[in-house]
Design a protein around this ligand. Structure first.
Ligand SMILES: [Zn+2]
Length: 457
């Protein structure tokens, strides 16, 4: 195992070398910039939390002399940290609790009752930190979360060093942390007020569960608050055929028409799933510039169906990749999700040329950043962007040879190939060891909570 730490060469600090904090050389850089440029060998320079140079090693050699630290990446790959646009991080608490069931039974008979009894600020904190450990170790640097007791999520993400768009959940029945649903709007406003501007890595948002659990009034009011506070609005919609029929019976419209009718679709709304949508609904999503979170493994596991992602992309809908909560996946590894998204899209259309490796890697990086409104800061390795990046060791049998780096990352690499993770210029993981918190303690806490869940079920 190559040691990134050992590769950093400390330089005499009495020398006036304060222009660059870290110079990384001898690496394969997958930039994900608009030209999808690859530099091999490439080099990259970081000052503080920002990328100040990236390009072919030969062209940047002069910068090496200005650097306080130099890292020889020894031929490894560097790419932007992956972006998970939809999960419920603390649901790690319920990983494997109830599998192989339809969505309705799974939600109503297992997940909602378990959440009512066992979700509290403490369990959410430890469950989220466990998710952060898993995400860090599989190369995710930014994720969008939707859950309850979000103060615990914010604290966990802050400690982990990851970047998050963290959304307080809203439902029209008593929820963890909000026993009286009449208070849910107030709670949402409190949450946004409390955490806006708290950290450069954390943004608050709001997540209405779905059109079948939230009333039209709740959805409209929450979106109104989001517009006023300029924050993102998330909602699960068009996930199953059953939901489509239910919403049609209740409101005389399909879920997407229903949301369009409530005037909540715009470029700060993210529709999660969009599995059962026809071409007219895709056209509505495109016209309103509503983004979509594609969660193929969750949709497969719950047998919800396959989202028409190719059609959405063709019509100009912005699509990011999500794992969903890991009670319906059951992991948070975006490398696996990329592989699945590509292959599932091909099988659905019976066309091997669609959902190619470049498209899918864009969904997990720069397009994911666009979906979350964070593309000015992250999603690609470009000058001026935050230094959020992951380092992969390519010196492994399943990663040799390397003809096309995009194919290698999407079809051959695994989360466990990620050797180091940097967020805002700070290493949060090196040599597969998390540096920001004690992972053993976190696993221990979650095992203890799961013991309670089993004994009091
Ligand atoms: Zn979800």
């Amino acid at each position: 195992v190559l040691s990134v730490a050992n590769k950093i060469e400390e330089i005499d600090l009495t020398m006036p070398r304060n222009k660059i904090d870290l110079f990384i050389k001898n690496c394969l850089i997958i930039t994900m910039n608009p030209g999808m440029e690859i530099f091999r060998p490439g080099a990259l320079a970081i000052q503080g939390d920002t990328i100040v140079a990236v390009g072919p090693e030969q062209e940047l050699q002069a910068l090496e002399a200005e650097a306080r630290k130099i890292m020889d990446a020894q031929g490894g790959a560097i790419l932007p940290g992956l972006i998970n646009v939809h999960t419920h991080a603390a649901m790690t608490l319920f990983r494997g609790l109830a599998d192989d069931l339809p969505l309705k039974t799974w939600l109503e008979e297992f997940i909602f009752p378990a959440e009512a009894r066992f979700v509290n600020p403490d369990s959410v904190y430890w469950g989220t930190l466990l998710a952060c450990a898993e995400m860090i170790l599989s190369g995710t640097t930014t994720f969008a979360d939707g859950y309850f007791c979000l103060d615990g999520v914010v604290k966990a993400v802050d400690r982990s060093g990851l970047r998050g768009l963290l959304c307080q959940g809203v439902v029209d029945f008593p929820a963890p942390g909000i026993p009286d649903p009449a208070q849910n709007i107030l709670e949402v406003e409190r949450f946004i007020e409390k955490w806006c501007g708290f950290s450069s890595r954390i943004e608050p948002g709001i997540f209405c569960h779905s059109p079948y659990i939230c009333s039209p009034d709740t959805i409209r009011t929450v979106k109104e608050i989001c517009r006023r506070k300029n924050v993102s609005f998330f909602i699960h919609a068009a996930e199953t055929q059953e939901e489509r029929s239910l919403i049609r019976t209740r409101y005389g419209k399909t879920p997407i028409h229903h949301l369009a009718n409530l005037q909540v679709l715009d470029d700060q709304t993210l529709v999660v799933h969009a599995v059962h949508v026809d071409s007219e609904e895709i056209e509505i999503l495109a016209r309103t510039r509503t983004a979509v979170a594609h969660c193929p493994e969750s949709n497969m596991k719950l047998a919800s169906g396959i989202a028409p992602v190719v059609e959405m992309l063709n019509q100009g809908v912005l699509v990011g990749l999500g794992t969903d909560g890991c009670a319906s996946n059951n992991d948070l590894d975006l490398f696996q999700e990329m592989d699945t998204a590509a292959k599932l899209g091909k099988v659905r259309t019976m066309d091997p040329t669609v959902m190619n490796a470049r498209t899918v890697l864009r969904m997990a990086t720069i397009d994911g950043a666009r979906v979350l409104g964070l593309d000015k800061e992250v999603g690609s390795l470009e000058v001026g962007k935050k230094a959020d990046m992951i380092f992969l060791d390519l010196n492994q049998p399943h990663l040799v040879p390397c003809y096309d780096p995009f194919s290698l990352i999407v079809y051959s690499a695994r989360g466990s190939d990620v050797q180091a993770v940097m967020v805002e210029g700070r290493m949060v993981m090196e040599n597969r060891k998390i540096l920001t918190f004690d992972m053993e303690e976190v696993m221990d806490r979650v095992r203890r909570i799961s013991g309670e869940i089993v004994s009091r079920k």
